[in-house]
Write a protein that binds this ligand. Structure first.
Ligand code: SAH
Ligand code: SF4
Length: 362
């Protein structure tokens, strides 16, 4: 929630922002270029506050401040991994903690952002799921992770952010009210190409259908993790609400949109979902929607004693997929030394904070 009742400038889409600023400055008898000035400060200057829009007269900054807010996150913690991965823990205005991760690779700098504080889905392999749900993020709170991360990479000369993935905390398509405007803001406001933005979902069918309707070519990552309903249901409680056959129908609609690419995320958990007999079933589903498959070694979490599948098992699984005509990649785990897996840094910090407060429970 924004700190005041004032309209959060960062939560508005560029069209809404233009309209709100036009009305505001017109009512104050100010020249039309004032709106463009503010717009530039937000999208190009990445100004962290209205005060820092220094080419506006002080009186105009004060007047803006009376009506509008800018919901910026404060860095509560930054963790740098030996492999170049950078994890930020952000403190929001109400004290809520969320995280984002910068992941450099040879040609890219991918920013992984959160869409909710916590997550209500409760997948059994996910640290965020075990932590439960706190609240929805506003569009501005989603976007400010990008803004603050961009300021960080610029200051630390880490090169531009090239890609954004909604793979941090939370289920993006369970927060469509904020996530859909945030896509528009990142794309139209900050100029991040739609094909460079990926929304990851555990299978929220209504959200997938809504994303399919959008004219932009945002990418979709579907966290599959199992090609059979029963096994999937034991890992992902949402499977019971939107079972695989229904999910596949939605994915087909997304694929029919043309030019839109689907990736399957498949976390490989030793002895749980890595049986080679599952690979042909996964290949069959992937072929139906022309999906690319990412095989990701499970990142151990404090709540389970599961281990990642051995590398040779993952390679053998990938080979079966490839033989069935499916493109697959084995992803390496990044930033393990800084707990860069979903939900983990926040988990540790909460434990530390609670200890600090002397709380004996939870
Ligand atoms: N809620 C969305 C996006 C956030 S989770 C979703 O589930 O898709 C982002 C990705 O991290 C998902 O693919 C999820 O399955 C994966 N993930 C969660 N916990 C993990 C773990 N312990 N090890 C490996 N991948 C994990
Ligand atoms: Fe939520 Fe995604 Fe974690 Fe499942 S994997 S609990 S949907 S964040």
């Amino acid at each position: 929630m924004p700190p005041t009742q004032a309209t959060d400038l960062l939560s508005l889409t560029p069209d809404e922002l233009d309209l709100a600023l036009k009305e505001h400055f017109e009512a104050r008898g100010q020249p039309a270029y004032r709106s463009a000035q503010v717009r530039r400060w937000i999208y190009e200057g990445l100004a962290p506050s209205i005060e820092q829009m220094t080419d506006l007269p002080v009186g105009e900054r004060e007047a803006l401040h009376d009506r509008f807010a800018m919901v910026e996150a404060e860095a509560a913690q930054v963790a740098l991994s030996e492999d170049g991965t950078v994890k930020h823990l952000w403190r929001l205005a109400d004290g809520e903690l969320i995280e984002s991760v910068l992941i450099p690779s040879r040609k890219r700098m991918t920013l992984c952002i959160s869409s909710q504080a916590g997550c209500a889905i409760g997948c059994t392999f996910c640290a965020t799921g075990w932590g439960g749900f706190d609240r929805q993020l506003t569009a501005g709170e989603i976007v400010c992770q990008y803004r603050a991360s961009r300021r960080w990479v610029e200051k630390n000369e880490r090169g531009p952010i090239t890609n954004i993935v909604y793979m941090g905390m939370g289920e993006p398509l369970a927060n469509r009210k904020s996530v859909f405007p945030s896509l528009t803001i990142l794309n139209q406001g900050y100029g991040v190409g739609a094909r460079r933005i990926t929304v990851s979902t555990v299978g929220m069918v209504p959200g997938i259908l809504e994303l399919a309707e959008r004219p932009e070519q945002f990418r979709l990552a579907l966290s599959l993790h199992a090609p059979e309903t029963e096994l999937r249901g034991s890992l992902i409680p949402l499977e019971k609400r939107h079972p695989l056959p229904e999910l596949l129908e939605a994915l087909k609609k997304f694929d029919d949109g043309g030019g839109k690419r689907i990736t399957f995320e498949y976390t490989m958990i030793g002895g749980i979902n890595d049986d080679l007999a599952l690979a042909p079933k996964l290949a069959k589903i992937a072929n139906q929607v022309r999906a690319f498959v990412n095989l990701i070694p499970f990142n151990p979490i404090p709540y389970q004693d599961w281990l990642p599948s051995p590398p040779e098992q993952i390679r053998a699984f990938a080979a079966v997929l490839e033989a069935a005509g499916v493109s697959a990649a084995v992803r390496e785990t990044r930033g393990r030394d800084i707990d860069a897996a979903c939900g983990q840094l926040r988990g540790h910090t909460l434990v530390q904070l609670e200890k600090g407060r002397g709380s004996a429970t939870t």
